[in-house]
Design a protein around this ligand. Structure first.
Ligand code: SF4
Length: 1020
């Protein structure tokens, strides 16, 4: 057949269209009978959220099965949700592999037990598992419960069983866990937040009032300058990082400061190397440069920070020590770290900044030591590069230019983790970048719901909504608790939001104990356990190592791969009587008793721990909400049943709790009241639903709540869901399990499920999901306006004072009707109303950040103050101190990190990710490799004082040798992710290497700077 060119195009175009239609399954079967059906034609679409990192990308899941009886739904496809305002249809290699996660061969399907001394798992029924575990719990609790302390204070705590809680489970699981755990008296509890972002909460709350990422993922596009330091978002938060690229397209500059030239650096305008563990020197140097060069946004600093506040006589800093150090205790007495107050309890100020004791002058003097030469000498960063970072940051000390910072565990996982972050928070205050669109301190949370589970207080000494668990010394009674936790305003006219603590706390107690919590019994206050010290993971592991812990409940966590000094962890587990692991996947923790040769060389028969392994659902198999890094509570939906006999965490917890409660009802036992009186109003007591729990977190009225402004009206009627936290009451007439979530499930329904992605301005999408607090997206946004209420930068008009109220594209983080003339300041959670350059007595290691060397220092000294090398406020147990190495034995700096293709220790059970990164490796710079005769692909052994790993060597230009105090410092990059429960190649536990020591304030382990040696052990 002859065809003209015109005819050819027509025919082929039609043919293309036809074949595309055919592939999509739209053509009549008669015409193209052999073409397969579009695979999603008969599928059901379900919305969900990626369970890995805190970007919280939207997912569309497709399940097969029409819902008819005997038709079992199965997830057959997952793709990015194009409507999602952050991810806009994108998924990174982890999200793209989620189908393989759901169908991983490592999914658990049945309850199992490993009996004492056995070398095998035995399948058991749920009934047997629950009965046996409940028996362990009851026996251990009865034998070891502490009802009163030596002073006779009721403490009602149970320390001999500890619990770890999940980082990717829903808020609904989290809140039920909180309820069950505290009713039992557990204080030895922690979550992944301890291992990751604990210092973020300490640092940001002590500076701004709240411990959360200040801005949003999309808002990063509004920045003029982006500093990535202490994080690697291109790799760890790939989809969120696209908003940094959007900013670049608008003309922003992106600079990366990191020990490694990583994937973020690969797309940056500039990269600066730095010695791991020297960030405060760099950032302190930035403060010094900003002050010396007058790159300060003065209007902001004078109005919105405590620069003018006068510090009390007695505060000082000399030779590496702040005032009040008690060498015998290894702790500071922080009494002198405060303001000078007048007779009315208000802090004195000097707005002229002339007083030598005002914060400004003390700060200036403190950082005068951090000259550019000192920075270069201690960090190894080139001086010209450091100065360029200073200049670029300094260029934003004006109204119309804004810088942001993206950081993660590269800052938190140090003994000075909180202070690393504090230094940057101070810089952003000096530049006037807090509260601004495109500004802020963006703490990039790691796990998908670690923000939510922190919000829910799943940490040793916390309660939901950042309330404190009572302390035996400070809060023996309810009245003491209220007095100590309800601050008074330290400046006139300030909102001092924590002044509402009694309303939040009483509403929480009403949730715990319902009608049994009465005014007469102080709302059941004594049924909460009281702490004597923090039982963080390092503390609990040390107690376990000393044989003082009998039981360990591990929910969605893999501590053997996550805690420092893995060998000590494994030895500690072997001393337990029972361990309960609740997880969708096999974990090294649950099989710690198996011998895996050099990777886990244990005496299986000698380990008498009874281990229960309970299969739980994963994200795709449950409803609920998780909270992304930007504080968005996003609701997701179940797409299919879990494999085998797996159950939701809520069902597992409820069955265990009801079984324990039944035992107490039948047998009595140690202080049963907190358990027997626990409010358990769920329709099916064995399976509280996500909806029931979400509504409880929001809270409801237990009586009619009259409107104080108009007694004929009510703010809420009895039984109604509360509209917000403003109407919570301290008289028992409201309940709320987590006051900051009030507003998430109102009378109008589930606000977390909203899907309006309309851009209200500057990329703000207030109709998508719901953000705490009160759906505010950029916190401290009052500070985006000058004191008169006008935006500092008209291009960044987020909210402003319209003459009658604060209004705009975001919900004002402020009293909406407080006129600028009233003088209320933007940091409403702080009793002084301003951001803190000097953080008074809020942190244990100083009101100003100071550089201290990592506990294992490659220098062995601290040139700033040689007598005080490491942080004096470090807490370290004797056994761990003995396991510290020195630079003569272990001359190189080890630093751990994540890869794009993997998420922690979960994706090694996921085929797609295992294919993408199948084998363990370490990164070694070319200079060190040449010195050691190591070539790419050779086998090397990396060792520390605590053990060794073996891995393939990647010899790279990405890690350069640095010159620090006239010596050469080599650094070795150690990715996480490997273990023996894997579909990839088996690998060593990288956390064998780092020491068991944590950030002074939060005990987040020092994974980012420790000492190692490296040797070649085999050729490629
Ligand atoms: S891992 Fe993070 S960036 Fe990747 S798809 Fe999931 S939520 Fe998005």
């Amino acid at each position: 057949m002859q065809v003209t060119r015109r005819q050819f195009i027509k025919v082929t175009a039609g043919g293309l269209a036809a074949s595309s239609m055919g592939v999509l399954g739209f053509l009549p079967s008669e015409a193209l009978a052999e073409v397969r059906q579009y695979k999603l034609t008969r599928a059901k679409e379900i919305r969900n959220t990626c369970p890995y990192c805190s970007v919280g990308c939207g997912l569309l899941m497709y399940s097969l099965g029409d819902g008819a009886k005997n038709a079992k739904a199965e997830i057959i496809h997952i793709e990015g949700d194009p409507d999602h305002p952050v991810s806009r249809g994108s998924l990174c290699p982890k999200g793209a592999g989620l189908l393989d996660f759901i169908h991983s061969p490592n999914r658990l399907k049945h309850p199992e037990v490993r009996e004492a001394g056995s070398n095998t798992w035995k399948r058991i029924s749920w009934h047997e598992a629950v009965e046996r575990i409940a028996r362990h719990i009851k026996d251990d609790r009865d034998a070891n419960f502490v009802a009163k302390n030596a002073e006779g204070v009721t403490v009602n705590r149970w320390l001999s069983t500890a619990m770890l809680t999940a980082s990717a489970s829903s808020n609904e699981t989290g809140i039920l866990t909180q309820k069950v755990m505290r009713s039992l008296g557990i204080v030895g509890t922690d979550a992944q937040a301890r291992v990751c972002h604990g210092p973020t909460v300490s640092a940001l709350a002590s500076t701004f009032g709240r411990g959360a990422m200040t801005n949003t993922w999309v808002d990063i596009k509004n920045a003029d300058f982006i500093l990535v330091m202490g994080g690697n978002p291109a790799e760890a938060h790939p989809v969120g990082f696209k908003w940094a690229i959007e900013a670049k397209k608008r003309g922003a500059r992106l600079v990366v400061v990191d020990p490694r030239f990583n994937r973020s650096a690969a797309v940056a305008d500039e990269y600066m190397p730095i010695r791991a563990g020297s960030d405060i020197v760099f950032l302190g140097g930035v403060i010094n440069w900003l002050v010396a060069n007058d790159k300060i946004q003065w209007d902001y600093v004078k109005a919105f920070t405590n620069a003018s506040f006068i510090v009390a006589e007695g505060f000082g800093f000399e030779d590496g020590l702040f005032s009040g150090f008690d060498a015998a205790k290894g702790q500071y007495d922080r009494a002198s770290w405060n303001y000078e107050f007048d007779e009315n309890g208000k802090a004195k100020t000097d707005p002229t900044l002339q007083n030598p004791r005002c914060v400004w002058n003390l700060m200036k003097a403190h950082y005068a030591r951090y000259t550019p030469d000192v920075v270069t000498d201690l960090t190894g960063t080139p001086k010209d590069g450091f100065l360029r970072v200073c200049e670029q940051l300094g260029a934003t000390a004006v109204r119309n230019r804004v810088a942001t910072i993206l950081y993660a565990l590269g800052w938190t996982q140090h003994t000075v983790g909180a202070q690393n972050i504090r230094t940057m928070a101070m810089i952003q205050l000096l530049l006037g970048n807090i509260g601004m669109p495109g500004g802020g301190v963006n703490a990039l949370r790691g796990h998908s719901n670690i923000q939510g589970l922190s919000d829910l207080g799943l940490l040793s000494t916390s309660l939901p909504g950042y309330l404190n668990l009572p302390a035996e010394k400070a809060n023996p009674t309810f009245a003491d608790y209220i007095a100590r936790n309800t601050p008074k305003a330290q400046a006139d006219g300030q909102l001092n939001f924590w002044g509402n603590t009694p309303k939040f706390f009483v509403s929480l107690l009403k949730w715990f104990w319902g009608d049994k919590a009465t005014k007469e019994n102080d709302w059941g206050y004594d049924w909460l356990p009281k702490w004597d010290k923090m039982y963080d993971v390092l503390q609990v592991m040390d107690l376990m190592h000393n044989g003082k812990v009998n039981g360990f409940i591990v929910q969605g966590f893999n501590p053997l791969t996550s805690f420092p000094d893995a060998r000590k962890t494994a030895a500690s587990f072997a001393k337990l009587k029972y361990m309960v692991v609740i997880d969708p996947l096999t974990t090294e923790t649950s099989s710690f008793w198996q011998n895996h040769g050099e990777m886990n060389d244990v005496d299986t028969a000698g380990i008498k721990t009874e281990v229960f392994r309970l299969p739980s659902t994963c994200f795709a198999e449950e409803d609920g909400a998780i909270v992304n890094s930007a504080r968005w509570l996003q609701w997701h939906y179940k797409g299919a049943d879990a494999p085998g006999e797996a159950k939701t965490d809520q069902e597992i917890l409820a069955e265990l709790f009801v079984a324990v409660r039944d035992l107490y009802r039948k047998e009595g036992g140690a202080v049963p009241e907190p358990i027997l009186n626990l409010s358990w109003p769920y329709k099916n007591p064995l399976e509280p639903t996500p909806e029931e729990l979400a509504k409880e977190m929001n809270g409801r009225a237990l009586a009619d709540i009259p409107d104080p402004k108009d007694p004929t009206r009510f703010l809420a009627r009895k039984g109604e869901q509360l509209p917000n936290f403003a109407i919570l009451q301290a008289d028992g007439s409201t309940m709320s399990a987590c006051w900051i979530f009030a507003g998430s499930w109102t009378q109008a329904g589930n606000q977390m499920a909203r899907r309006d992605n309309t851009d209200a301005g500057l990329g703000n999408t207030p109709g998508w999901a719901w953000a705490w607090p009160a759906n505010r997206r950029i916190i401290y946004n009052r500070a985006s306006c000058d004191p008169s209420g006008k935006p500092w930068d008209p291009k960044r008009n987020l909210i402003s004072w319209n003459g009658a109220a604060w209004a705009g594209a975001d919900v004002p983080d402020f009293k909406v009707d407080s006129a600028p003339s009233e003088g209320m300041n933007p940091f409403i959670m702080n009793p002084e109303g301003v951001g803190r350059l000097f953080c008074t007595d809020k942190l244990v290691d100083g009101p100003f950040p100071e550089h201290y060397e990592p506990m294992e220092s490659p220098l062995g000294t601290n040139p700033l103050h040689p007598k005080v090398v490491n942080s004096p406020a470090v807490r370290m147990f004797k056994a761990d101190r003995e396991r510290l190495g020195t630079h003569d034995q272990f001359p190189y700096v080890g630093t751990t990190y994540r890869l794009t293709e993997h998420f922690q220790f979960w994706t090694k059970g996921v085929r797609l990710n295992a294919i993408a990164q199948p084998e363990q490796f370490v990164e070694i710079g070319e200079a060190l490799a040449a010195e050691k005769g190591i070539k790419a692909g050779d086998w090397v052994q990396v060792s520390s004082k605590r053990g060794h790993i073996k891995a393939k060597a990647v010899v790279t230009k990405r890690i350069k040798a640095l010159t620090v105090t006239n010596r050469t410092v080599h650094q070795i990059g150690i990715p996480l992710h490997w273990g023996w429960e894997t579909v990839a190649k088996k690998g060593f536990l990288s956390n064998t290497l780092p020491p068991a020591v944590g950030d002074c304030n939060t005990q987040t382990p020092e994974y980012k700077a420790f000492l190692v040696n490296v040797e070649k052990i085999g050729v490629a």
